[in-house]
Design a binder for this molecule. Structure first.
Ligand code: F3S
Length: 406
C-alpha cells in the first residue's frame, strides 16, 4: 500500500499513517473496524483541511471501512437563516462535497455510537473527537487513540491505523482511583458532567478508575461525563468497575497492582466544581444552549416535557443541538412542535462550539454541558453558567439567572 501498488490515494493515506506511527514508535499497522473523522471547517481543519479532502477526492479515494463524520461547522440546512457568512459556508460545503465522494457516512455527529458506527468490545478503531473517543474506549470497550482530523481520514481510506497507545493492552490499565463519595441514589443528571469536569482537571491524561457510580447509570450520563472529562483533561479512557467492559472488578483492572494514586470526590468538591464551571453567578442570559455532545432522543423528550406550555424570554435564544436522525424522531414523536411553540429551536449537524457562534455577540451563555462550560468562554466568547436542564429551561423563560433564588 505504501509503495503505491493499490493506487495513489491509498499510498498518500499510508504515508500520513506511517509518519504518525514513526512519531509514536508504532511497530506495525493494524486493521481497523471503523473510522470517525472531524470535518468542521471552523477552527479545526480550515483551508488546509479543505485542500486535503479535495486532494483525496481527486485521487479517487474511497473509505474502505465505515467512516462517520463529526459535526460540521454550521447547520447544513439552516445556515442561511442563521446568517453564516457565504464564504465560510462555501468552504464547509467543499468539505461536504469531498466527503460525499469519499463515501463518508453523513451523520455529522459527535455521537456516532448512537448512529450506526457501533464498535464491538476489543475492536481497533481510528476515531477523533475527544467525547466520541472516550465513549468508544470506556463504555464500548473498543480501542482508539485520540487522533486528529486528516489522520482519521487517512485511516478510513487505508483501513489501517498505527498500533500504539490505547491499542496496546499495557496502556489501558487504570492509573488513578477516584472514589466518588456521594450517595449513588442522589446523583442527578447534572452531577455527571461535573464529575467529569473534576476528574479531567485532576487526572489530566491519566486513566481514572471511578468507584461510587451506580450500576444503573445511563448512556446519556456516561456520554456527558466523558465529554467533560475529555475537555477539562485529556482523558481518552476511564473504567467504572461493574459498569464498563474492561473493569469487571478493580483488582482485574489494576492487574493486582497497588493503587498508585487515590482521589476523593465528595459532595463538597462536587458543589465547588459546579461553581467553578460558571464564570458568573447571576444576571441576564441571552443564550441558553444544550446538546454537547449531541442530544439523544431521550434528552429531547425530557426537554420537551419541561418546555411544554412555556415561552422563552424575548431576549434569549434557546438552541438545542442534535442529529438529523434525532430531529426526525422528535418531529414524529411530537416533541419538536412543543419545543418550537416555546420559541426554542433545534439545530442539527453542528454545535455551539464548532460553528461560529461568536458572530451573534451573545454575552452570557447557560448550558447543561460540562464540555460546553469548559470551552464556552474561549470559543463562544461569552460568560458561562452551568446548570441542570431544569435550570436552563427556567433561565430561558426568565431571560436571567439568579443563583441565590434558584
Ligand atoms: Fe459534540 Fe460539539 Fe460538544 S462536536 S461534544 S457537541 S463540542
Amino acid at each position: 500500500m505504501l509503495a503505491g501498488e493499490r493506487g495513489e490515494a491509498i499510498q498518500l493515506a499510508m504515508e500520513i499513517l506511517t509518519r504518525v506511527g514513526d512519531v509514536y514508535g508504532a511497530e506495525k499497522m493494524i486493521a481497523i473496524a471503523s473510522a470517525h473523522t472531524v470535518m468542521t471547517y471552523y477552527r479545526i481543519i480550515m483551508d488546509a483541511g479543505v485542500e486535503i479532502c479535495e486532494k483525496f477526492a481527486e485521487l479517487g479515494a474511497r473509505y474502505c471501512v465505515p467512516t462517520t463524520l463529526d459535526p460540521a461547522g454550521m447547520d447544513l440546512k439552516q445556515w442561511q437563516e442563521l446568517k453564516i457568512p457565504e464564504d465560510y459556508a462555501e468552504r464547509q460545503m467543499r468539505i461536504v462535497r469531498a466527503q460525499e465522494q469519499l463515501g463518508g457516512i453523513p451523520v455529522w455527529t459527535c455521537t456516532p455510537y448512537l448512529h450506526g458506527n457501533i464498535p464491538m468490545p476489543g475492536q481497533d478503531l481510528a476515531w477523533s473527537e475527544s467525547s466520541a473517543v472516550v465513549f468508544a474506549n470506556s463504555v464500548m470497550g473498543a480501542r482508539t487513540n485520540r487522533l486528529t482530523a486528516v489522520v482519521d481520514m487517512a485511516a478510513g481510506i487505508a483501513g489501517r491505523a498505527p498500533k500504539f497507545g490505547l491499542h496496546l493492552d499495557e496502556n489501558r490499565q487504570g492509573e488513578i482511583l477516584v472514589k466518588i463519595n456521594v450517595k449513588p441514589k442522589t446523583l442527578a443528571d447534572n452531577d455527571y458532567p461535573a464529575i467529569g469536569y473534576f476528574v479531567g482537571k485532576q487526572v489530566a491524561d491519566k486513566i481514572p478508575v471511578l468507584t461510587g457510580v451506580p450500576r444503573n447509570v445511563s448512556t446519556d450520563q456516561l456520554k456527558n461525563m466523558g465529554a467533560a472529562m475529555a475537555a477539562s483533561g485529556s482523558v481518552a479512557l476511564y473504567h467504572i468497575p461493574g459498569v464498563t467492559p474492561e473493569a469487571r472488578n478493580i483488582d482485574k483492572n489494576f492487574q493486582k497492582r497497588k493503587w498508585d494514586d487515590v482521589l476523593d470526590l465528595d459532595l463538597k468538591e462536587l458543589t465547588q466544581t459546579k461553581e467553578e464551571m460558571c464564570t458568573v453567578n447571576s444576571g441576564e442570559v441571552d443564550f441558553v444552549t444544550v446538546g454537547c455532545p449531541h442530544y439523544s432522543i431521550e434528552e429531547i423528550r425530557k426537554l420537551a416535557t419541561l418546555l411544554e406550555g412555556k415561552k422563552i424570554h424575548r431576549r434569549t435564544k434557546f438552541w438545542i443541538y442534535t442529529t438529523r436522525h434525532v430531529e426526525m424522531l422528535a418531529k414524529r414523536a411530537g416533541y419538536s412542535s412543543i419545543i418550537e411553540a416555546s420559541g426554542a429551536q433545534i439545530l442539527t449537524e453542528t454545535c455551539m462550539l464548532v460553528s461560529p457562534t461568536d458572530i451573534y455577540g451573545f454575552k452570557t451563555l447557560m448550558t447543561d454541558s460540562g464540555k460546553c462550560a469548559y470551552y464556552g468562554p474561549g470559543l463562544c466568547k461569552t460568560e458561562v453558567l452551568y446548570g441542570s436542564i431544569e435550570d436552563c429551561v427556567e433561565t430561558a423563560v426568565k431571560g436571567s439567572y439568579n443563583k441565590s433564588k434558584s
